[in-house]
Design a protein around this ligand. Structure first.
Ligand code: IDP
Ligand code: MG
Length: 139
């Protein structure tokens, strides 16, 4: 497959609620190929770095706190048009606005603890996949 890549995280809220299996099942059934995956926990510093594009936003501090509060699953996904297709699969940032059947509609708690991350551009997908995975960890 010579598709596009996107980077996802199953966030601490969803991991701690045992939604990892359900979310990975949706990802598989939507036709994404898993090119890399790891179970890990971000330090405060790593969460600050991952979300540094949002450092001026009022929700940044809370987001960093939340994202370093427990383990996550990070994965690199491949599919044709992966970035837009994955954003569609996960639904709107605020689950109150997420379309029925999307991952966030099914699994998110609120606008902060919203179950999953998905890259928003090719440029960020590359930055985010380099953040988590070395060349040797990608297949
Ligand atoms: P996205 O994850 O849908 O791309 P972004 O705007 O990139 O949304 O925001 C990054 C993350 O920051 C969100 O997924 C969510 O966890 C958190 N966030 C975004 N907006 C808010 C907010 O208004 N209040 C609290 N947290 C927010
Ligand atoms: Mg975003």
């Amino acid at each position: 497959m010579a598709g596009q890549y996107t980077l996802t995280m199953i966030k601490p809220d969803a991991v701690s609620s045992n939604y990892t299996g359900g979310i990975l099942k949706m990802i598989n059934e939507a036709g994404f190929r898993i090119a890399a995956m790891k179970y890990t926990r971000l330090t405060r510093e790593q969460a600050m770095k991952f979300y540094e594009v949002h450092r001026e936003r009022p929700f940044y501090e809370g987001l960093v706190e939340f994202m370093s509060s427990g383990p996550i699953v990070a994965a690199l996904l491949e599919k044709e048009n992966a970035i837009a297709a994955f954003r569609e699969l996960i639904g709107a940032t605020n689950p109150a606005n997420a379309a029925p059947g999307t991952i966030r509609a099914l699994y998110a708690r609120d606008v902060q603890q919203n179950a999953v991350h998905g890259s928003d551009s090719d440029e960020n997908a590359l930055i985010e996949s380099d953040f988590f995975f070395s060349r040797l960890e990608r297949f």
